[in-house]
Design a protein around this ligand. Structure first.
Ligand code: SAM
Length: 238
């Protein structure tokens, strides 16, 4: 069943009806040839999916009856914030946004560190990628893309939110390797991943003072996006 985005104002719970409009209706009717009687899934991007059936196919809109309301559809139990050093190549940054959505990340906090090679990213393009990814992966929530911040600010915010902070570091003691057993659970966490050049000594000290758990993913040096994806696959229990 294909998934589409529905605007909140186009959902009428009393009538148990919703309307797909604009690009979403266009995509459904023109590209996917969806017609009256077909089932579909609609996400409001903020926590609820609706299993629906198309009732009427009016030019430019699809009127659908709601058959089932699915709160938190496709959402993992664990609330994960990914604190990510900006990646210099846009294509690798965008790949990470897509994979983070697929793996169930709640929010991404992009950070500028001593060794990041960029100081900005294309927010509009990133948000387009997140919208496409949420439909593809069928989730009730769109990943929250936070405003760029420093590493220090990101750490403080994560702690204020009550998260356990796990920092990935290539040179971490191998005895502190990331493991499903000690990280199992559904407590809120933040995973910090450095940019291409890694975290500096000053940043590592800051993380230790903030009581971040510094962990390794093994003896090989991974690209930043590979490290993030590998950690997410271990830490997000479905
Ligand atoms: N030479 C850099 C350094 O000193 O960390 C390598 C940076 S690596 C390309 C980018 C980021 O991916 C690192 O800052 C770290 O967060 C994560 N990373 C890469 N390999 C890792 C590993 N084996 N274990 C844990 N984290 C790793």
């Amino acid at each position: 069943m294909e998934c589409f985005i529905v605007e909140k104002e186009n959902i009428d719970l009393e009538k148990r009806e919703l309307i797909l409009a604009g690009d979403e209706a266009h995509h459904a009717t023109r590209s996917l040839r969806i017609r009256s009687g077909d089932p579909l899934l609609a996400t409001d991007l903020s926590g609820t999916c609706y299993r629906c059936r198309v009732e009427r196919d009016v030019p430019g809109t699809l009127v659908c009856s709601i058959e089932e309301i699915l709160p938190n559809f496709g959402e993992p139990k664990r609330d994960v914030l990914l604190i990510q050093g900006l990646i210099s190549q846009p294509s690798r940054w965008e790949f990470l946004l897509e994979k983070a959505t697929e793996l169930g990340v709640h929010s991404i906090q992009p950070i500028i560190t001593e060794r990041t090679e960029r100081d900005s990213f294309n927010r509009e393009r990133s948000e387009r990628i997140l919208r496409a990814a949420v439909k593809q992966t069928k989730r009730a929530r769109i990943l929250e893309l936070r405003e760029l911040s420093s590493f220090g600010e990101a750490l403080s915010e994560a702690i204020k939110e009550g998260r356990r902070v796990i920092l990935l570091h290539e040179a971490a003691n191998s005895s502190s390797s990331i493991s499903r057993s000690w990280l199992k659970g559904d407590d809120a966490i933040a995973i910090a991943v450095g940019p291409e050049g890694g975290f500096s000594d000053t940043e590592m000290e800051l993380a230790s003072k903030a009581r971040a758990e510094i962990v390794s993913l093994g003896p090989r040096r991974l690209r930043a996006e590979t490290a993030a994806i590998a950690a997410l696959a271990i830490l997000i229990d479905q």
